[in-house]
Design a protein around this ligand. Sequence first.
Ligand code: GCB
Length: 614
Amino acid sequence: KSSFYRIAIASLACSIPLASHAQQPLKTLLVGVDHRTVTSLNGDWHYLVDQPPARGLYTLEGKVRDNGYGLNTHPNISSGPHNEEYDFATAPTMKIPGDWNTQDPTLFRYEGVVWFQRDFDFQPKPGTRTFLHIGAANYKSFVWVNQKRICDHEGGFTPFDCEVTAALKPGSNFVVIAVDSTRHIDDIPGIGIDWFNYGGLHRDVSLVTVPTQFIDDYDVHLRHDTTFSPAAADTLTGYVHVEGAPAGTAVTVRVSEAGVDTTAKTDANGRAAFEVKASHLSLWSPETPKLYKVQLSSGQDSLTDDIGFRDIRVDGTRILLNGKSVFLQGANMHAEAPYRTGRVNNDEDVKNIFGFLKDLNANFVRLCHYPHDERMERMADREGVMIWSEIPIWQRISYDKPEVYAKAVNMLNEMIRRDRNKASVILWSVSNETPNNPTRTKFLTDLANEARRLDATRPITSALIGPHPKGNQMVQDDPLTNALDVIGQNEYIGWYEGRPEDADTMTWTFPQKPVLFSEFGAEAKFGVHGGKNERWAEEQQVNVYEHQFVMINKIPQVRGLIPWVLMDFRSPVRNIPKLQDGFNRKGLISEDGKQKQAFLLFQKTYKDRSVGKA
Ligand code: GCB
């Protein structure tokens, strides 16, 4: 974003009445699908582009058509009355999961509706239910199976499940999904974003068959007491939710390695709460990322997940992991695939990103600015990397609208539900760079409290901007800090504001809470060399960071460094030819994996632990 955006944000005045924020029920969402046996629908799907006004999907009034392309009929080419003019059978194919932008050159900048269709064989089994699980589709999805309209979903980065039991038949079936990536002011994110709006079915798609009563949600964690003591950290607690189960249904939770084997009963809502002592629990940490096999079963259904147990909390201005103060040495990362570009969605992409983090000596990553592929959390769990996970509230959101709040709550729910059992995730973030006004503060305070209600075991954060410097003083007095456990502070001294050396004399005042420098940095193009103050030179990027380190080292409550950004990423607003070419160049690494000098600076700084203290 340019300084123009910053001013625009800061000056958004607010005189709109504060909305009251009602709660929305969450639809079925299966947790731990990657630990179930599923029928993958990944592979080649036929696709057709339905350019605006997207007449295959919408009526001219903007309503979703029940008799559009979703029916997957075929045109009468040789005889009979003329009908719809589309045909999936002869349409080209693309790989799912995958964004359409990097698979078809004619769709590189396309934002709008694309239709996807595939056939699949299926043999329904009596006494089962089947769900179509979509890892994520950006931004709105509309699903038909065998000509029946099944479900819709809004939100580009979280999973959803649509029950298809009644629509399936033995033998050949087909599914049609329309994905609309058009941006709107009242969406989350809104219209203006500094990343590429990759559209499509960009994460795994599968069919999940479960018994009629099945485990759809669970939460297994170390009991979060008011204080932490290693000796007393021996109790596992949480719940297993069994969809369709009458009250009193038995649920078993087994963690054999920790001597846990307990049975609980569901309540009237299908939820079985449990609490059980474990023996010789090894707590998860970056040094010892221990994961346990957790076996859950109820009736015909069972599922085994890999779960780590640890305690994360804030104490004054410190962040305590298992009772010990930690300093987060991290980086920001978009879900941009290294080397190939496009959205991250496979093991190879994730391995490459974690390779970068390991080389950097990082113990932390902020996944920007939306939930990433679940493989990221899985890998972080195994590798011992801590994660900041965020919903896409990124500048210019319609905070005055209750329906926008409802969308935010839904995204928060979906994010927390998917990842609450991941030990690596230590922070939920409700937003990034939001304007300081009462409507936004009420919205985000309610949202932070909602996050706490959903998960009382993790601190809540947000990345703030401002204040604007008064001389060499920065006073962070944004009232949103009252709603946060950990303060994320973004600032770009030396790039968007002032000169790199201005940081040396800058002083900061924060509320007495842990502070993470959640974004700071400068652009540089890999291979461009020059003086310390020459824009785009790798040397200048290093210079900016060196002055930042001087500043940050003087702020005792800083508990983490999260430079912007680990890797260059596509952003259509970055239009300086030869330097940017459509990429935000603040990466420590180029999009093809080349380390800039600033990467080496962080690598050494993190190795020596020379900036900041736990
Ligand atoms: C920010 C935003 C981030 C942008 C970055 C930039 O403050 O949070 O999404 O990409 O600045 O490079 O301008």
